[in-house]
Design a protein around this ligand. Structure first.
Ligand SMILES: Cc1cc2nc3c(=O)[nH]c(=O)nc-3n(C[C@H](O)[C@H](O)[C@H](O)COP(=O)(O)OP(=O)(O)OC[C@H]3O[C@@H](n4cnc5c(N)ncnc54)[C@H](O)[C@@H]3O)c2cc1C
Length: 331
């Protein structure tokens, strides 16, 4: 069979799904199904009222050589830039340590927003947005993927690149078992987005926070190419989000704003725009050993950050490893 006669369905247009699509697109015809109307998954940007906020992944670093090379490509295309933030370790009693991020260990962000990364990767890929996949089915040895309204296929392979618990929901028990799909607990997180007419000057651009319900605060507008508006993004701890996930929006916003005032010593209530995002599946713990989930005989596989650790680089590495494996099996 000519390789391009092979068809692969990829579920999820986050970094893992889009990178897999890019890597396999010379070897097979690829269709990516994405439930939302956006590309990039948790590498996300919220635009409203002329403001923009990176309300998912905040920045990333690169350790593996192959990921460094990929980041250099993105950098040369203007899709990412280094963020030389004035970074602090912060707690309510004050700053514990500070440093400026620099070339020695670069920290990157998408430009002009984090979602530029997904948009770049999706170029020339057949991505079908607003397609919530509810199940997959094998008919006469080939795969079909299903939404509430329709069925698409046939495909030779299906690869599921969505968080583990969501993957379980769309796979049959037999498929999960054959693929050795692991139970990986993913933790929730709240992201609070704030925009101001007048800037509130902090002594820092980005902070890891301890002894607080907040874990991270950044002046989003201090990232490169973000424009003139002063914007802030604050993240809750996973533990606090877990306990308060069903709380009303107003009470979560109030508590997070109070915590922000507490650590910054500023009254930040004069925001001209406030928005809260609840991430149900934000982060996964590091997996030892790294998870590889593939059923070669039925041509079904899973990948995503949660197979390694809840980071952008992990989503990339997990999809790279799987792409090589599938490519090898298709020869
Ligand atoms: C608040 C927050 C802060 C973070 N901060 C950082 C950070 O600073 N640095 C860092 O490196 N990482 C960070 N991360 C983690 C990083 O975003 C992830 O590791 C990475 O984006 C995961 O990519 P992925 O492709 O594996 O999964 P995802 O990005 O989750 O992609 C999965 C895609 O599948 C789609 N999907 C789900 N179910 C279905 C379905 N049934 N049908 C069709 N489509 C479906 C989803 O909409 C999504 O687009 C953060 C994450 C969050 C949420």
């Amino acid at each position: 069979m000519h390789l391009k006669n092979r068809k692969i369905a990829i579920i999820g247009a986050g970094l893992a799904g889009l990178n897999l699509a890019r890597l396999l697109s010379d070897s097979a015809e690829i269709v990516v199904f994405e439930k939302s109307d956006k590309l990039g998954g948790r590498i996300a940007t919220h635009h409203a009222n002329g403001f923009s906020f990176d309300h998912g992944a905040q920045f990333f670093t690169a350790k593996n050589k192959v990921f460094k090379t990929f980041v250099k490509e993105l950098e040369s295309q203007g899709v990412v830039s280094q963020w030389n933030a004035n970074f602090v370790d912060l707690e309510p009693s004050g700053i514990n340590s500070e440093r400026t991020w620099d070339d020695e260990f670069p920290h990157y962000v998408g430009t002009p927003a984090m979602n530029s990364i997904g948009q770049y990767l999706a170029k020339n890929i057949d991505v079908r947005l607003n397609q919530l996949i509810t199940g997959i089915k094998k008919i006469e040895s080939r795969w079909f993927v299903e939404t509430e309204q329709s069925q698409s296929g046939p495909f030779d392979w299906v690869v599921v690149t969505i968080p583990a618990e969501q993957a379980k929901a769309i796979l049959t028990e037999t498929a999960s078992h054959q693929m050795n799909l692991k139970d990986v607990i993913m933790q929730p997180c709240f992201a609070l987005m704030l925009a101001y007419q007048k800037p509130h000057f902090f002594d820092w651009d980005a902070a890891f926070v301890s002894k607080s319900i907040l874990s991270w605060v950044s002046v989003n507008s201090s990232k490169p190419k973000r424009g003139d508006h002063f914007t802030v993004v604050a993240m809750s701890t996973n533990a606090w989000a877990k306990t308060n996930f069903e709380q009303s929006e107003s009470s979560v916003i109030e508590e997070m704003l109070n915590a922000l005032t507490n650590i910054s010593n500023k009254n930040l209530a004069d925001a001209s725009y406030i928005k809260l995002k609840r991430w149900k599946y934000a982060n996964a713990a590091r997996q030892e050993p790294v998870l590889e989930m593939i059923d070669e005989s039925s041509q079904l596989a899973c990948c995503g950050d949660w197979c390694i650790s809840g980071r952008i680089e992990s989503a990339f590495m997990s999809s790279l490893t799987l792409a090589k494996k599938i490519e090898g099996l298709m020869v």
